[in-house]
Ligand binder design. Structure first.
Ligand code: GLU
Length: 325
């Protein structure tokens, strides 16, 4: 039996219901690229889609999420036309748009069709170490077995920037592992690695998993080299991993980070993006309740902070209607 694609099925259904039907033939199927399932990008994509799909009878946009390798993968895959939207760190939104920073984006050149939609939660650098590895500061990672992030993650790309800014290369580690994020708590607690590095919103299910499965501590990311880096770029800011959020970590741990942002490209229509942003901001209280990392979000911050690429035309239309631009 021939299996109809979802789009073909939708248009058949629309035809059988007549053109005035809400299930119009021009129904849009859009996919959001996220990250590992125990991170915060995946539930962020899920929260956005949930609100979009609630209104799909009115606007015809049907949204789904995909678990992916993270920021750099999402941007490159939007560029390749295989994803419509994605979540990406603010530093990689900047570097993709400007074609800056070595292998990640320079080769492909500036990605001028990249569009910012809004920013979401802060993503501090989180280094979680086995207690018995005695790692208190990022510089203690030297000579250790560290998961630096899978290829295509914003995590790995930012690791290289930070570790190089400290005058080090991966040769200074005993092991530079590249497991995907969801595998790292198991590897840590099985003593296959001493620590893992990543950028993620708090609280993250994965950080909870690591700190409740075995004895693990967060590691300070501060000092002269870090201050220099944070001062140099507008998309970095100092912050803390809040004390008491994770088992065995009662005190604030200093670190720095970026913002998670929601991006798309000029290839995704203004009407689609308009429907997406409207779904989020008309249901803003519901959105904030969909993940604890969203608790402190404000509309103003989301449309002004962490934005390096031009704002998508469809998002701008909605922000102007609300008087935000
Ligand atoms: N910031 C991470 C990355 O791009 C992903 C974090 C998450 O999955 O929540 O690699």
């Amino acid at each position: 039996m021939k299996v109809l694609s979802k789009v073909a099925f939708a248009s058949l259904l629309a035809a059988s219901l007549g053109s005035g039907s809400a299930l119009a033939a021009d129904q849009q199927f859009v996919t959001i690229g996220t990250g590992g399932v125990t991170g915060v990008y995946y539930p962020t994509g899920g929260a956005i889609c949930r609100l979009v799909n609630k209104g799909r009878k009115e606007h015809g946009v049907r949204c789904s999420v995909e678990s992916t390798g993270g920021s750099v993968y999402n941007i490159n895959t939007i560029r390749g036309g295989e994803l419509d939207m994605g979540v990406a760190q603010s530093d990689w939104q900047y570097h993709a748009y400007n074609g800056s920073v070595k292998k990640s984006f320079i080769d492909a050149g500036p990605y001028k069709e990249l569009r910012a939609v809004f920013s979401v939660h802060p993503e501090p650098i989180s280094i979680v170490a086995r207690k018995d590895a005695n790692i208190k500061h990022i510089s203690d990672l030297e000579g250790k077995r560290v998961n630096i992030g899978n290829a295509g993650s914003g995590t790995e790309a930012t690791w290289n920037v930070v570790w190089n800014a400290m005058g080090k290369t991966n040769k200074d580690l005993k092991l530079a592992a590249q497991m995907k994020s969801s595998e790292t708590p198991g590897a840590l607690c099985d003593n296959k690695i001493d620590a893992f590095f990543w950028l993620v919103g708090n609280p993250a299910a994965l950080n909870k998993e690591a700190t409740t499965t075995c004895e693990a501590n967060f590691v300070a990311v501060d000092g002269a080299a870090i201050n220099k880096l944070v001062d140099k770029y507008p998309f970095y800011g100092t912050t803390v991993i809040p004390g008491g959020m994770y088992r065995g970590n009662p005190n604030d741990v200093p670190t720095f980070g970026v913002l998670a942002t929601f991006v798309s490209s000029t290839a995704t229509s203004a009407d689609t993006i308009y429907a997406v942003v409207k779904s989020v901001f008309e249901n803003f209280d519901a959105f904030k309740k969909l993940h604890p990392a969203f608790g402190h979000l404000t509309e103003k911050d989301m449309v002004t902070k962490g934005i390096s690429a031009p704002i998508h035309e469809g998002a701008m239309r909605y922000y102007k209607e609300r008087g935000w631009m």
